[in-house]
Design a protein around this ligand. Structure first.
Ligand SMILES: CC(C)(COP(=O)(O)OP(=O)(O)OC[C@H]1O[C@@H](n2cnc3c(N)ncnc32)[C@H](O)[C@@H]1OP(=O)(O)O)[C@@H](O)C(=O)NCCC(=O)NCCS
Length: 166
């Protein structure tokens, strides 16, 4: 079983690497016929160690990591939108070799509790529908498709999925 914790400064480099490796894998495995490589490469730049380091200092941002035998197996990050009660999930990823053991579910459960404890009534994620394993996991945890955004990022259709806590 993985240990879920908030990202600490000493784990920033490893968290950035784990996230970027996972993004490359997800593009190869699920996205490459849907989303241009350039899109994935742009996402990589937004998940550098420097960007993670900046976010650890912001009260509205959150990054939770899953540690398995001392190494980072999964990362989940996002932010709360001021005091609006809405949280935005930016990324959820588990290393390919650590998938299908419940780590993604544990990370999501912890993020939902984290934002709910801080007064959020809702959390949303904009997701590519081709990320089928992630979509299944979200739906199983009670997230629902709220709307589609047509010809959105990189001119592809994306889906907004959300969960309400009260
Ligand atoms: C989406 C993602 C995070 C899920 O992570 P995960 O750790 O595999 O998630 P879980 O293990 O909780 O659940 C995945 C599956 O494993 C199954 N599972 C969970 N524990 C299990 C166990 N002990 N034994 C066997 N199967 C198990 C779940 O039932 C689920 O089954 P399903 O795929 O048939 O629905 C992962 O696939 C990933 O990183 N994808 C790429 C990134 C991505 O798409 N991110 C979302 C957009 S930001």
């Amino acid at each position: 079983m993985a240990i879920i914790e908030e990202l600490a400064d000493e784990d920033v480099e490893e968290a950035a690497k784990a996230t970027r490796d996972c993004m490359r894998d997800a593009w190869e495995r699920w996205e490459k016929d849907y989303h241009p490589r350039e899109a994935m490469e742009s996402d990589l730049t937004r998940h550098s160690a420097e960007e993670f380091r900046k976010s650890t200092g912001l009260p509205e941002a959150f990054t939770l990591i899953a540690k398995e035998e001392g190494r980072i197996a999964g990362v989940c990050s996002g932010h709360m939108v001021g005091k609006s009660g809405v949280a935005s999930l930016g990324w959820l990823g588990v290393a390919p070799e650590s998938r299908k053991q419940g780590i993604g579910n544990e990370l999501l459960e912890a993020v939902e509790a984290h934002v709910k404890d801080r007064g959020c009534h809702k959390i949303s994620l904009v997701i590519l529908p081709c990320l089928t394993d992630a979509v299944r996991l979200l739906f199983r945890r009670g997230w629902v498709p709220e709307c589609n955004l047509t010809r959105h990022w990189w001119k592809v259709d994306v889906m907004v999925v959300s969960k309400w806590f009260d």
